[in-house]
Every structure is written in structure tokens, then in C-alpha cells.
Design a protein around this ligand. Structure first.
Ligand SMILES: *Cc1c(COP(=O)(O)O)cnc(C)c1O
Length: 505
């Protein structure tokens, strides 16, 4: 930071204090009449006696504060976002416009169903699309995200096993799995048994078979897996787990590579979540609402959670109680109200505007773009596993060996060069992973710019410019933060510096 500069601003990047640190007591952007005196106390003696401590700000101060904060966001709308496993693609504005239609945006979950037949029709149509794309029997729309879908899937598997008399004890999870997979299994009370990957990055059926027994509740696989590789033994693994009476869960976060090409029912899947916010057009990454509908096989459908839409004689109805179903589920709902309705509207709008041919082309282009990056970067970085990849490509840090530069340094240097880094250090099964997912919405020009930048950085690392990498990033408002401490010990409460009563004077 430039110490000769009192503002700490730099190159039109403005230092932004908290809103509470701005302004002055008594300043205001609105002109309200003084309250009548004495105001009758209708609060039963609970009236505040000390100042509330709100910042005193003019309208332009408020506008500038929030506009500056908004400009600190890096987003898919501002640039390439090659985060592997996240499917950060462009979300067509059409879908946003449709989700904001008052008939969708202004309805309430407690409205009588006779007044929201259109909304229920949207849900029913989305269910039809998800069934058609996966070949599965039933859909639970309500889970709010991928991890929540996993929880729904495993709770449903557990319910089905309990109905047979025994919940069993173990869930098999590949070593390459996303962290939410073992976490979900553990949360459902299962012991997690890890399955190592073979030398080609895939889960071998033999390694699964060795670990299967009468205590196996399920195997959780990801396909394509987190190395960006199609699990070629998937069907054989599903058959093997069915052979011992267990279930096959598919983590469908990478569905972007399969849409319109693989009907997962044909692979032997019993349950799979679909991250609508990854594959089917909802902005994500900022903590906004997502949706993780779960598709189920015939064997699991009777155990899935409510609510779901049914077509009755008088129109659509919402089945909201497990009562009356063939077999009762031990859990009725997985989510308050019905789920992330706005995300469903976006997903359906996306599906209808793309058409099945468009969706099929999207998955093809996603795989093509990843393979373009693979082909052009494999001599500069080290490809973790040989051969074609699916929608993302995995490199590791062997190309940095002996340079003194780490994967983290390399990612920070990419920021200085104007690119959001790829996912780093995931998956864990390779050393210093760099996982790149370009998605289908990036142009050849953007990919070429990225490739040229990565090539130039790799050359600088090989040329011994260790210090350059260790000093990166230079151009960000902050340099390197202690991210672990920030995550472990977040300071969420602001305290004024010179206060007496907890409030700013
Ligand atoms: C994103 C992701 C998840 C979790 O999904 P959320 O919607 O973030 O909860 C699970 N598995 C994989 C492979 C993922 O990429």
C-alpha cells in the first residue's frame, strides 16, 4: 500500500471502509419532520434510551459506498471464470426476465393451489424435463443445493434400507470425491470407506468389489469424476453394489458434460442430484439461492420427500404429506416451503429456449472447449491423466518442480494477468491440482487469451522467476490473505473504536 497516500486509493481502485465508519453523526440523506413531542409510548416501556448507532450518511455517500462494493465483485459477467467443478457459465438474461415475471416472483407458498396452477405447471414441466434427460422415475425438486441433494439422496436410501429392516453401516466414496460426499454420508450416520483411484484417474470396479459386503448401504460416484474423466466402469460398479443389496448414488454436479448424451438411468443409478445452478442457468458463486433436485429410481421413488406435484382431476395438486403413500417416509420434508422456485423457472426457461438439440450441443461444446485447453496446454503444464477429458481438464504441479513456484503462486500470478484462477488443490488425488473448466459459453478468443497467458506464466516459472511469483498478486486491493484464518475465525461483528455503550457517538 502507498503510504504517501492518505486515501489509500490507487489507480481508481478505492479503499472502502465499512458503512459504519463513514459519515458523521446527525447527517442524513432524507428530510423527515421532527416527531411530535411528547410521543406517546406504545412500546410498553421498551423504547430505546440510547442512540441506535446508525451511520449518518448523505445520499451520494450511500450510493458511492454500495456501487464501489458492487464493483469489487469479479463475476462471470465481467470475465472468464474457469473454476473447475463449478460450471461458471453465462446465464442468458431471458431466464432472469422470466423468473422476474410478477406471476412467478410475487406468489406466496401459502397461497391456495387453485391460484398458483401456473407455478405448479412449471414445476410439473421441469420434472418432466429432468425425467426425460435422466431416464429416471421420480424427482424431488425441493433440495436447495447439490450438498442438500446429496443429503436428500442418502436419507432416502437410508429410509429404503430401514423399510427392509436394516439401515446398514457403510458408504463407499472414491478418494477423488468432492468433500460434500463423505460429509453427507457421515451426517447420515454412515461410516465412510474410501476407494482409491486407479493410475488412469478412474474408480476401478475391482477396488469397489473388494469393499462391498452386506453392510454396504451405498456407493457414491461422480461422473464424469472430479478429474474430468468418464467413469468407464460405472455400470459394472452399479451392478456390483446392487448385487449386495446396496444403492448407487451419482453426484450429478458434472451433469453439464452429459446432458442430452447419457441417460443416467441406463448406468444403474438409484439417486442423483442435479445442480440447477451449475448446469441449468442460475447465477451462483455469491451464496445466492441454488437448487439441487434429486432424481430417483423406481426402487427409491416411494421414499422420496414431499412435496411433489400431481395432476388431479381438478388441475395440479401439491402432495404435501407422506400419509397415503405406499410406504411412509421417516422424513416428510427436506426444505421449508417448497424449494427455490425462481431457480426452477430459470432452469425450465433455459431448457425450453435451448431445446433438446441445444442442450446436447452445449454439453458437446463444453467437452470440446475443455479438450481444446488440454491439447494446447499439455506441453506447458502437466496433464494428470492422459487421453481425452470431459468438460474439465486436470493438471498438476509437476511442471513447477524445481522452480520454487507453487500452484498457489501460479494462481496468484494469473490474477495479476487479469484472469480468475482455475480451481486449485482439488481434487486431492493429484499433487498441487489445477482444475480448469471453460464451459461451453466461452469464445475461442477468450480461450486463446487464457492459453497464451498461462503459457507465458509457465515459461516465466521455468525461467527461474521465482520472486515474481512469490510477490503476486501485486494489482489487487489486498495481496495474500490468511484464508484459513479468515474461514476458521471470521470476525462478523463490527465494534466502534471509541465507544462507551457499544454505539458510535
Ligand atoms: C458443486 C459440487 C457439489 C456441491 O454442490 P453445491 O450446490 O455447491 O452444494 C458436490 N459435488 C461436486 C462434484 C461439485 O462440483
Amino acid at each position: 500500500m502507498d503510504t504517501n497516500n492518505a486515501s489509500h486509493h490507487r489507480g481508481l481502485m478505492l479503499e472502502e471502509p465499512l458503512v459504519f465508519e463513514l459519515g458523521a453523526a446527525g447527517r442524513t440523506g432524507v428530510d423527515l419532520p421532527e416527531p411530535e413531542d411528547p410521543v406517546e409510548d406504545r412500546l410498553g416501556g421498551m423504547r430505546r434510551k440510547t442512540p441506535i448507532g446508525l451511520p449518518g450518511l448523505s445520499e451520494p455517500q450511500v450510493v458511492r459506498h454500495y456501487t464501489r462494493l458492487s464493483q469489487k465483485n469479479y463475476s462471470i459477467d465481467t470475465g472468464f471464470y474457469p473454476l473447475g467443478s463449478c460450471t461458471m457459465k453465462h446465464n442468458p438474461r431471458l431466464n432472469e426476465a422470466l423468473a422476474r415475471l410478477p406471476g412467478f416472483a410475487d406468489i406466496h407458498p401459502f397461497q391456495p393451489v387453485s391460484t398458483v396452477q401456473g407455478a405448479l405447471a412449471v414445476m410439473a414441466a421441469l420434472v418432466q424435463w429432468l425425467k426425460a434427460l435422466t431416464g429416471m422415475e421420480a424427482v424431488a425438486l425441493s433440495p436447495a443445493a447439490g450438498a442438500h441433494g446429496e443429503l436428500t439422496g442418502l436419507m432416502t436410501i437410508r429410509a429404503a434400507l430401514e423399510a427392509q429392516g436394516r439401515a446398514r453401516t457403510t458408504v463407499l466414496v472414491p478418494a477423488s470425491a468432492h468433500g460434500t460426499n463423505p460429509a453427507t454420508a457421515a451426517l447420515c450416520g454412515y461410516r465412510v470407506q474410501s476407494v482409491p483411484a486407479a493410475a488412469d484417474g478412474r474408480v476401478p470396479v475391482a477396488a469397489v468389489k473388494e469393499r462391498l459386503d452386506a453392510d454396504t448401504a451405498a456407493v457414491m460416484l461422480t461422473n464424469p469424476n472430479t478429474c474430468g474423466l468418464f467413469e468407464t466402469d460405472f455400470q459394472a460398479i452399479a451392478e456390483a453394489v446392487h448385487g449386495v443389496g446396496g444403492f448407487c448414488y451419482l453426484d450429478g454436479a458434472n451433469f453439464n458434460a452429459l446432458v442430452g448424451r447419457v441417460r443416467v438411468a441406463d448406468l444403474g443409478v438409484d439417486a442423483m442430484h442435479i445442480n440447477l445452478h451449475k448446469t441449468f442457468s442460475t447465477p451462483h458463486g455469491g451464496g445466492g439461492p441454488g437448487a439441487g433436485p434429486v432424481v430417483f429410481s423406481k426402487a427409491l421413488a416411494p421414499f422420496m420427500p414431499v412435496p411433489f406435484v400431481r395432476q388431479g382431476a381438478e388441475g395440479f395438486v401439491l402432495a404435501e404429506h407422506p400419509r397415503g403413500r405406499a410406504i411412509k417416509t421417516p422424513f416428510g420434508r427436506i426444505k421449508g416451503f417448497h424449494g427455490s422456485f425462481g431457480v426452477w423457472v430459470r432452469a425450465l426457461a433455459y431448457m425450453l429456449s435451448m431445446g433438446i438439440d441445444g442442450l446436447r450441443q452445449a454439453s458437446g461444446d463444453a467437452v470440446l472447449n475443455a479438450n481444446y485447453l488440454r491439447a494446447r496446454l499439455q506441453d506447458d503444464l502437466t496433464l494428470s491423466f492422459p487421453g481425452l477429458c470431459m468438460h474439465e481438464v486436470l493438471f498438476d504441479d509437476r511442471f513447477l518442480k524445481g522452480t520454487g513456484v507453487t500452484t498457489l503462486d501460479f494462481a496468484k500470478a494469473l490474477i495479476d494477468a487479469g484472469f480468475h484462477p482455475m480451481t486449485i488443490y482439488f481434487p486431492l488425488i493429484v499433487h498441487g491440482a489445477l482444475l480448469v473448466e471453460p464451459t461451453e459459453t466461452e469464445s475461442r478468443e477468450t480461450l486463446d487469451q487464457f492459453i497464451d497467458t498461462v503459457k507465458a506464466l509457465a515459461a516465466r516459472a521455468r525461467a527461474g522467476e521465482e520472486a515474481f511469483f512469490h510477490a503476486a498478486p501485486r494489482h489487487t486491493p489486498r495481496r495474500r490473505l490468511d484464508e484459513t484464518a479468515a474461514a476458521r475465525y471470521p470476525r462478523l461483528r463490527w465494534r466502534p473504536r471509541n465507544h462507551t455503550n457499544g454505539l458510535k457517538e
